[in-house]
Design a protein around this ligand. Structure first.
Ligand code: DMJ
Length: 560
């Protein structure tokens, strides 16, 4: 999903950590300790503030008694690597020179994006390529280096060894988790936890695992709600009750713009893959959000985007496979795949949801383009966001593993949606797609509002090309991917990096001065994979989280 990047309104209800999930926190804390250096915490006792009550817990450094009786959990990395069916970076040589040259071009783009980030913004979250400085933003609660963590696995896969070492060194020496600020649980999870987990699984370097576990622990208080459905914003600060300025660490609250203190489907529904791996690595179970969603009644089988974390009921009937809803559906099918097809609950929820989406939201335009509309309490909005274009790839991925009699149907649907998203690119002057495009008043696959004409280096369309290529090997997907490479080079490459553009229909577009971290994590990675053999990050072994960080399929249960 994609969310407003402003801080939550101070007046929003805040939620202090109640006692119940403490057990869970202690578990991940144990895990972080088993895995590596403990979190840096204030010396002495840790205190929690709850409704004016002050409660003293044992110092973080002192293990609770129950833990001492447990055998330490050990994740067997070597065994995990042996369980992979393909070499991570591929092993089959022999390809045509053009494909290789195109892949090398994309590698050069990655190096250019990284080198400029390193030169002008290392340690900041993103590069501002026009003004040649860094951007911090307010999504990550004081965490820094979003681009470093997001780029790690792409650098590794592209065999940019020196650059990977630079990124790793920054994580080792400068990545500070001891921060105090308000973070998006979703963004921290998909970019930082996802990026660190992927880097660990690809390389076996302990530093990535210990940072992921340590950060995972800091996110747990967000789950302390009556339903277990987390709120969107969490304070990452340590609890230092001696300070008047950081008394609300571990507290969570809803986004100011989310109606009636609700949580967002694509946010709380996009935690499962990463938290399952935190659980695997630590040997401790984590919360199952799905139970709540399975219980609550769905209008026409659809999942609205806003749910109350207090009552577990829907707050508004807005349904979208684009922003606010998107990756919830993605994580259902990927949970099933990541479980080596054992998590049948996830598969059923995905199948049912897709059926309802097809029945109520999938439409065909007068010009024959298939699109997925949005639904507002039963009324359709004939608009598709760039974010919704990931769905071609998702449906392709699901189709590959569905029952034979439905397979062709879903392959066709995935191809049609991907084609529509390609049209949204092909119909612009820059050959890059707008943030949203519409199908009304004679318009097809084009933005009608000025505010929807921008392109911020998003990955969703090339993501679908990559999945469609792997599913069909139809050369048109590589051709379409190459068109994107050329357009990025022509319109987004500037002297010091890549920048988003403000109007895809302008022949000489102006730049937004932002090289998003997901450009390195996703857009360039999916483009590169499009020109790789299928055994590079094979879909037999890996699922990509929603930020394109590869997480392994559970072939072995990973236990030592
Ligand atoms: C990324 O952070 C992720 O892909 C997320 O799921 C949606 N928004 C951006 C990319 O557009």
């Amino acid at each position: 999903t994609d969310l407003p990047r402003s801080p939550p309104a101070a007046a929003e209800p805040r939620h202090a950590s109640p006692a119940a999930p403490r057990r869970l926190r202690e578990k991940l804390r144990t895990a972080a300790r088993v895995a590596g250096p403990p979190a840096r915490t204030a010396p002495g006792s840790r205190q929690q503030v709850r409704g004016g009550e002050r409660r003293t817990e044992p110092a973080t450094g002192a293990p609770p008694p129950a833990r001492e009786t447990r055998a330490p959990f050990r994740f067997d990395y070597e065994r995990f690597r042996r369980s992979l069916r393909h070499p991570v970076r591929g092993g089959r040589p022999g390809e045509d020179p053009e494909t290789r040259a195109r892949r090398m071009k994309i590698k050069e783009m990655m190096k250019f994006a990284w080198d400029n980030y390193k030169q002008y913004a290392l340690g900041k979250n993103e590069l501002r390529p026009l003004t040649k400085n860094g951007h911090i933003g307010n999504m990550f609660g004081g965490l820094r280096g979003a681009t470093v963590v997001d780029a790690l696995d792409t650098l590794y896969i592209m065999e940019l060894e020196e650059e990977f070492q630079e990124a790793k060194k920054w994580v080792e020496k400068s990545f500070d988790l001891n921060v105090n600020g308000e973070a998006s649980l979703f963004e921290v999870n998909i970019r930082y936890i996802g990026g660190l987990l992927a880097a660990y699984y690809l390389t076996g370097e302990e530093v990535f695992k210990s940072k992921a576990l340590e950060l995972g622990e800091k996110l747990l208080p967000a789950f302390n709600t009556p339903t277990g459905i987390p709120r969107g914003v969490i304070n990452l600060g340590r609890q230092d009750t001696r300070s008047l300025f950081s008394p609300c660490s571990g507290m969570s609250w809803s986004w100011g713009w989310a109606s009636a203190g609700s949580s967002i489907l694509a946010e709380f529904g996009t935690l499962h893959l990463e938290f399952l791996h935190l659980s695997e690595l630590s040997g401790n179970p984590v919360m199952n959000i799905r139970k709540v969603l399975n219980r609550v009644e769905k209008p026409q089988g659809l999942y609205p985007n806003f749910l109350s974390p207090v009552t577990g009921n829907w707050v508004q009937h807005h349904v979208s496979i684009g922003g606010l809803g998107d990756s919830f559906y993605e994580y259902l099918v990927k949970s099933w795949l990541m479980s080596d097809k054992k998590d049948s609950e996830a598969k059923k929820m995905y199948d049912d949801a897709l059926e309802a989406i097809e029945k109520h939201l999938v439409k065909k335009s007068a010009g024959g383009l298939t699109y997925i509309a949005e639904w507002r309490g039963g009324v359709l909005d004939h608009k598709m966001g760039h974010l919704a274009c990931f769905s071609g790839g998702m449906i392709a991925l699901g189709a590959e593993h569905t029952r034979e009699e439905r397979k062709q149907h879903y392959v066709d649907l995935a191809a049609e949606i991907t084609n529509t998203c390609h049209e949204s690119y092909a119909r612009s002057d820059t050959k890059l797609g707008p943030e949203a495009f519409r199908f009304d008043a004679g318009t097809e696959a084009m933005a009608t509002r000025l505010s929807e004409r921008y392109y911020i280096l998003r990955p969703e369309v090339v993501e679908s090309y990559m999945y469609m290529w792997r599913l069909t090997h139809d050369p048109k997907y590589r051709q379409w991917g190459w068109e994107v490479v050329k357009a990025l080079e022509k319109h987004c490459r500037v002297e010091a990096g890549f920048s988003g553009i403000r109007d895809v229909y302008a022949t000489t577009p102006t730049h937004d001065n932002m090289q998003q971290s997901f450009f390195l994590a996703e857009t360039l990675k999916y483009l590169y994979l499009l020109f790789c053999e299928d055994d590079v990050l094979s879909l037999d072994d890996w699922v990509f989280n929603t930020e394109a960080h590869p997480l392994p399929v559970n072939h072995t249960n990973f236990k030592a």
